[in-house]
Design a protein around this ligand. Structure first.
Ligand code: ATP
Length: 517
């Protein structure tokens, strides 16, 4: 674990050193849980967004996009339930003065039981060597069974307090923390305050005070921009159920425990799609979107074992199914995307609060109804982090040296091709520029002439550039170059005229999208 934390620290500093992610307002020592994307980060982020957008809007004839404003009529958030219920349960440790989300402390405790079980299994595997039968051991070892029983009991209690009548049972939550003897990771003590609720929405004022300014919120999710535009899009686009509306945009949450770099930010970006369907078909569509979204993730080639579904214990009262797609980060399996079956809750609420009829006339059933909704909601920044974590490698080379390389999926890499003149003379720089000029309309190219070739390769490895080309004396004679592959480090001689056909397909988002259909 300690080793994993070290790796994570290295990834964070790598992100800064190579222009991916900077702390916000860095010269003023940053702003808590707010980050800026640098010259390479913005390219990677744009590519992630493009991969998502195109997989939704380009590959589905019945999904269209919108771009709603961040500011929305304040009643939106009354209707959606955010004013009254977008709260996190908070608890403070009196000794360290640190604040935690009580539900997260309990979830971490459950994960600890799982870790202990895994440790027991690993110990037994070493002991029994090739005779080890893992399934049998898990089913019969008294130690494992005892831990599993404790975990299940905690799980059951947690579910009860989260789903208590009238909202989360805050006292019950504190009692769990005390009974489980959960300690503050900083002070190591159990000197806890009571659990309180805290609203996560940022508010500001619109209009000058004299004119009677009104309190408005920075949207905590992009979804409501889609719900309030449901009628506009359905009517003007003459959309027939089932159909979806996709959107990418900023969201803001006053997160109490902002940690783990860009995993939990106060200003972040979401990619959400609301899929409107006939009531009664939601569980089928829920299953379908689970599969579609998992395929989208696994298509990046990071290994199926690094993903899992986590079905929600706590279902919002309006939801009838919810799951998270979790990715194996250096700090454990963590949510990257949520998939929720939200019934007709949001549209009905907006109909009630706005006084407008928000319904769909179904010509096949010859009746009007409020559509049900399946939502897929993914954080761009969390996706970015998962890609960075998986791609980062400090590689030992056969010659004893090490290199830091980002094995980014080529289609997402900020720069696709770097072109180097071997030396700054004999017309090599001009030739290199010529190559870039002919390829820049097809993919992102970068010119580099500083330092020896070896150092230039290292710099390109560190930003995940999949291909490098070197222009040398021979190039001037026969128009061939050496093409070097980031992952294998193999070099081969190819004609300049072949570069586009060799590279373009491999680095294009289209190539990723083709695997999805
Ligand atoms: P968590 O339980 O981690 O707070 P959530 O369940 O509240 O997340 P949703 O409301 O379902 O998250 O939001 C959908 C997606 O938006 C999440 O899966 C995540 O990728 C992203 N997201 C949510 N909050 C943040 C945040 N503070 N910083 C970065 N991304 C976020």
């Amino acid at each position: 674990m300690a080793q994993q934390e070290d790796v994570f620290k290295k990834i964070v500093s790598h992100c800064k050193e190579y222009g991916f992610v900077f702390p916000s307002s860095d010269i003023y020592d940053g702003l808590g849980a707010v980050y800026d994307y640098g010259q390479n980060g913005v390219e990677l982020k744009n590519n992630i967004k493009q991969y998502w957008w195109q997989s939704m809007v380009l590959l589905h004839e019945n999904i269209v996009g919108i771009d709603a404003a961040i500011f929305m009529h304040p009643t939106t958030w009354k209707a959606s339930g955010h004013v009254d219920a977008f709260n996190d349960p908070l608890i403070d440790n009196r000794d360290s003065k640190k604040r935690y989300r009580a539900d997260v402390l309990i979830e971490d405790q459950m994960a600890k039981y799982d870790e202990k079980i895994d440790k027991e299994v690993e110990k037994a595997r070493k002991r029994f060597k090739e005779n080890f039968n893992e399934a049998q051991y898990r089913a019969t070892s008294p130690k494992v069974l005892e831990l599993a029983e404790k975990r299940d009991a905690l799980h059951k209690r947690f579910q009860e307090v989260m789903n208590a009548e009238g909202g989360i049972d805050l006292e019950g939550m504190k009692q769990i923390i005390l009974d489980e003897e959960i300690v503050c990771p900083i002070s190591g003590t159990r000197n806890w305050t009571d659990v309180r609720q805290f609203n996560l929405m940022f508010s500001t004022e619109m209009g000058a005070a004299a004119e009677g300014a009104s309190k408005i919120y920075l949207r905590p999710e992009t979804a409501q921009g889609i719900f309030v535009n449901y009628l506009n899009v359905q009517k003007t686009g003459r959309m027939k159920l089932p159909f979806g509306i996709a959107q990418i945009g900023k969201a803001f949450r006053n997160e109490i425990v902002a940690r783990q770099f860009i995993f939990r930010m106060r200003e972040f970006e979401q990619m959400e799609m609301q899929f409107f369907i006939q009531p009664g078909t939601e569980l089928d569509w829920f299953a379908k979107w689970k599969e579609t979204r998992m395929k989208w993730h696994q298509n990046l080639g990071f290994g199926a074992e690094n993903y899992r579904f986590h079905d929600h214990d706590k279902l919002a009262h309006y939801a009838n199914a919810a799951t998270d797609i979790e990715f194996h980060m250096p700090f454990g399996f963590k949510e990257v995307e949520g998939i929720h079956s939200r019934t007709n809750f949001d549209l009905s609420q907006h109909a009630k609060y706005s006084g407008k009829k928000i319904e769909y006339f179904d010509p096949e059933r010859n009746e009007s109804y409020t559509p049900y909704v399946i939502e897929t909601s993914i954080g761009v920044d969390r996706m970015f982090l998962s890609i960075m974590c998986h791609s980062y490698e400090e590689q030992q080379l056969p010659d004893g040296q090490t290199r830091t390389v980002l094995h980014l999926p080529a289609a997402l890499a900020p720069v696709k091709l770097a072109v180097f003149p071997l030396t700054k003379k004999d017309g090599m720089p001009e030739k290199a520029q010529e190559i870039i000029n002919s390829l820049r309309f097809h993919f992102n190219c970068k010119y580099e002439e500083k330092d020896q070739i070896g150092k230039r390769y290292r710099r390109m490895d560190a930003i995940g550039c999949p291909y490098c080309v070197t222009v040398d004396q021979q190039t001037l004679e026969d128009n061939t170059v050496t093409l070097r592959d980031r992952d294998t480090m193999e070099q081969r001689r190819v004609a300049i005229s072949d570069l586009r056909s060799i590279i373009e397909d491999k680095v294009s988002i289209t190539s990723l999208l083709k695997n999805l259909i």
